[in-house]
Design a protein around this ligand. Structure first.
Ligand code: ZN
Length: 455
């Protein structure tokens, strides 16, 4: 695999290679070459043959190759609170109140085990870049517990330093024991940005700031976090307009809709992405399109919590930048990004008919769309100059054989998982198995943490 001291690799003979470039180019019998983490050539296998000498090439016959999927919203620590009795059938606010006491027991080891489990699940669903939103820090938990976990899986990681500061005694939703003082929150945001944020091309870790939601932090913290983020040139993330209760809270407490509240505190712009936005009205959609504010659409979570159907078609038509998110495993229980793309397509059709969202539009949101809202113009496309982040999907299996359009079938008839996943040209999944960690060890570590939490 060595070539002039640089690490090189190639894929050849992909049934279809979906580039996700501006024209949506799809290459039959496709090939791709990378060197030192970046793609250097992409085209039909026959055309690239002269450049393949001396490079070990992976045969992708019977497979579709896409850019690695990008997850734009998650709470990885929640991977140990799937299907918790008492909140299986609750809507957002009741669900949160049941889970807060469990989350208050987490230790750094539990957060590490949960994060490693969630990122393993994502990698095995074709994800090469995931954000995370960690907004509670009990018992000495720190953001670096999640960064250490990401390094054991090997995918790109954008942890955000979340926060809650308005507890029950001040009219907020979380218990007072789970909230932090605002000066300490801002100090820790600065600490983790300075310690871990990498602004460079091909960065494996980028840090963002992410007050949890308008109903768990003050107006001042929202404003100060935005000022801090812009001073440090990092991205900003929060939850917005998730359901009708969320909008009602905004109208009662702040006297305006969530989009207006966000705008008044500096929370619109190309460096901001909001999770959910199920309840944005037409004027808020226009605001987000005008300001290039991103949205992380999380359809499984929205269904699970009965939050409604996000106006994805309207947002796409208006030009709102859109990506997909699996959301935390306490509200979508599974973290399979391709399943999320399928759910996004199906859910839009429930609202808007069979033409409401195509399989290719859903895949584009799951790849390039996500990379764009995370500020990663170097990821999300298979083109020379972009990072070598890709997934190889076998489509000659029981559940996928018989299709007439292999790329669309990834969404209509999704395979169980990718055969291989590469990040920066390095294998993180090969033959359906994690490369850097043993899957049995990931599960055993999570089970041990779960036993502690249940004790
Ligand atoms: Zn969330």
């Amino acid at each position: 695999m060595s070539n002039g001291g640089l690490h090189s690799g190639a894929i050849i003979h992909a049934d279809v290679l979906a580039t996700m470039d501006d024209a949506g180019t799809e290459i039959a019998d496709g090939a791709l070459i990378w060197r030192d983490g970046a793609i250097v050539a992409c085209g039909p296998t026959a055309e690239l043959a002269p450049q393949l000498a001396g490079i070990e090439a992976i045969d992708a016959r019977g497979c579709v190759v896409t850019p690695g999927l990008v997850n734009t919203h998650h709470h990885l620590y929640q991977s140990l609170t799937r299907a918790v009795p008492g909140c299986q059938d609750a809507s957002l606010f009741g669900w949160l109140k049941t889970l807060y006491p469990i989350w208050a027991r987490y230790t750094p080891d539990d957060v590490f085990a949960a994060t490693r489990l969630g990122l393993a699940e994502l990698a095995l669903s074709g994800c090469t870049l995931s954000s995370d939103h960690l907004y509670l820090f009990p018992n000495g938990v720190r953001l670096e517990d999640t960064i250490a976990a990401a390094q054991t899986i090997g995918i790109r990681f954008h942890p955000t330093r979340g926060a809650m500061s308005v507890g029950e005694s001040l009219g907020g939703l979380p218990p007072d024991s789970l909230v932090e003082a605002e000066p300490a929150i801002l100090d820790d945001m600065i600490r983790v940005i300075d310690a871990f944020h990498d602004a460079g091309e091909g960065a494996m870790v980028r840090v963002g700031v992410a007050p949890c939601s308008p109903f768990s932090v003050s107006r001042e913290l929202m404003r100060d976090a935005a000022i801090l983020a812009r001073d440090k040139d990092v991205m900003m993330h929060t939850h917005l307009a998730e359901d009708a209760d969320d909008v009602r809270y905004s109208l009662e407490k702040f006297g305006c809709r969530p989009g207006d509240y966000a705008e008044s505190l500096g929370w619109t712009g190309p460096d901001v992405w909001h999770a959910h936005c199920v309840q944005l009205d037409p004027s808020e959609i226009a605001l987000f399109a005008r300001t290039r504010t991103g949205v992380a659409h999380c359809p499984c979570s929205n269904c699970r919590l009965g939050s409604g159907i996000a106006p994805v078609r309207a947002m796409l038509d208006a030009g709102v930048p859109l990506g997909l998110g699996v959301d935390g495993s306490a509200s979508s229980d599974s973290g399979h990004l391709l399943a999320e793309a399928r759910q996004a397509m199906l859910l839009q059709r429930v609202a808007g008919g069979a033409g409401a969202l195509s399989a290719r539009e859903a895949l584009r949101m799951a790849t390039r769309g996500g990379a764009e809202i995370l500020g990663r113009s170097d990821c999300g496309q298979l083109q020379p100059g972009k990072r070598a982040d890709l997934a190889i999907w076998p489509v000659a299996q029981i559940a996928s054989t018989g299709n007439w359009d292999a790329l669309a079938a990834l969404v209509f008839a999704p395979p169980a998982g990718p055969r291989d996943v590469f990040v920066e040209g390095r294998g993180v999944v090969r033959g359906g198995e994690l490369v850097l960690s043993a899957q049995t060890e990931v599960v055993a570590g999570a089970q041990a943490a779960l036993a502690r939490l249940m004790a």
